[in-house]
Write a protein that binds this ligand. Structure first.
Ligand SMILES: NC(=O)c1ccc[n+]([C@@H]2O[C@H](COP(=O)([O-])OP(=O)(O)OC[C@H]3O[C@@H](n4cnc5c(N)ncnc54)[C@H](OP(=O)(O)O)[C@@H]3O)[C@@H](O)[C@H]2O)c1
Length: 329
């Protein structure tokens, strides 16, 4: 049973000078891209509206998602609610010749931002992330170009995705970084070693992506239930090889959830919110969904407090995860 609390969530500031957002955002990547199977468009737009009603204000997209289709899908919602939302998008991942290249050259950044603005139908992007770092391009050149976009009024705040602590420090010294977006969940705890402490030290906000383990932590998604073409079929954690170990972990989360009258998704999100206290930094997870009932359920996770004993039990369970995380998208 889901917790019945669906009141609006509180807000937090990302970074010392960054945007103020609801403490949970909405990951929009699967919308209109087919990455996680098909969707009902009306239901997906209703999910965006319901999220906003509940205090979710950070909406996460990227130019690479569906090669622009994701930003285009979001356009009517973004335009209708321009002053009430914080739209975050990204540049740097470019699909070509059947593969993915990383392009962080200043010339690419300058054309990418104009293309994103056009697709989103707006004249300023609130939070602009470098999606991936290409070590062949000096970071100072890329951050310099991003900083110029702030000066030009095309972007308000800067973010980085999947960088290491040294890269974050170097970038932050050139222009304040408001947020780091990296995978972080009960399934993926590597971020706690280096990048989360660095963000806390610098006062940079943290935006954990795939906080529900790309759906697996909800207990409702295994490889056999995925539609043809769903990109998760190729991901290690969804493989037959690792299914049994991961199912046992998820069943343990389900047992704990039952004792709290909550759902596994809510427990996984409450665990991340608790990390905000552990590491003393702003943590704004961005679970993805295209279903209004699920946005209500997931927002419930932001209202749920876990005890130290429950956190310890979840840490113990999390050690059982098998399979590598995917960094492709
Ligand atoms: N920066 C990066 O490199 C990067 C990489 C990956 C993702 N991201 C961002 O992070 C966001 C979230 O990550 P994600 O979408 O990969 O994974 P996620 O949020 O961990 O999981 C999303 C999956 O869980 C399902 N789901 C959501 N709530 C549920 C619930 N309460 N019960 C059952 N199923 C539920 C969704 O299905 P439905 O949609 O059908 O509800 C979807 O299949 C993305 O949308 C994207 O914006 C960023």
């Amino acid at each position: 049973m889901a917790t019945s609390i669906i009141e609006r969530i509180p807000t937090v500031q990302l970074g010392k000078t960054g945007p103020v957002v609801g403490i949970q955002g909405l990951g929009c990547m699967a919308m209109a891209t087919g990455y996680y199977g098909g969707q009902d468009d009306a239901e997906t737009y209703a999910t965006l509206d319901r999220a906003l009603d509940l205090g979710v204000t950070l909406f996460d997209t990227a130019d690479a998602y569906g090669d622009g289709k994701n930003e285009e899908f979001l356009r009517p919602f973004v335009r209708a609610n321009r002053d009430r939302i914080v739209i975050a998008t990204k540049f740097g991942l470019v699909h070509k010749d059947g593969g993915v290249a990383i392009d962080n050259r200043p010339a690419h950044i300058r054309s990418a931002v104009d293309a994103s603005l056009r697709r989103l139908g707006i004249d300023v992007i609130d939070l602009y992330y470098m999606h991936r770092r290409n070590p062949e391009i000096p970071l100072a050149d890329s951050i310099g170009a991003m900083s110029d976009l702030v000066t030009a009024g095309k972007v308000r705040y800067l973010g980085l995705s999947e960088v290491n602590a040294a890269e974050l420090r170097e970038a932050h010294a050139i222009h304040p970084i408001s947020a780091v977006e990296t995978e972080w969940s009960l399934f993926s705890r590597e971020a706690e070693n280096e990048i989360v402490p660095a963000a806390a030290e610098l006062g940079v906000g943290f935006v954990p992506y795939s906080p529900l383990g790309r759906g697996q932590l909800t207990g409702g998604h295994d490889a056999k239930s995925l539609e043809a073409g769903d990109v998760r079929q190729a991901m290690s954690r969804f493989s037959d090889e690792h299914h049994a170990a991961n199912s046992a972990l998820i069943a343990g989360i389900g047992d704990l959830a039952a004792t709290r009258g909550a759902t596994p998704a809510q427990i996984a999100l409450a665990w991340l919110h608790h990390q905000s206290k552990v590491f003393n930094l702003a943590v704004v997870p961005i679970p993805g969904t295209r279903k209004p009932a699920r946005i209500e359920e997931n927002v419930g996770g932001a209202h749920l407090e876990l005890s130290d004993r429950e956190m310890e039990e979840l840490s113990r369970l999390a050690q059982a995860v098998r399979g590598d995380r995917s960094r492709q998208i």
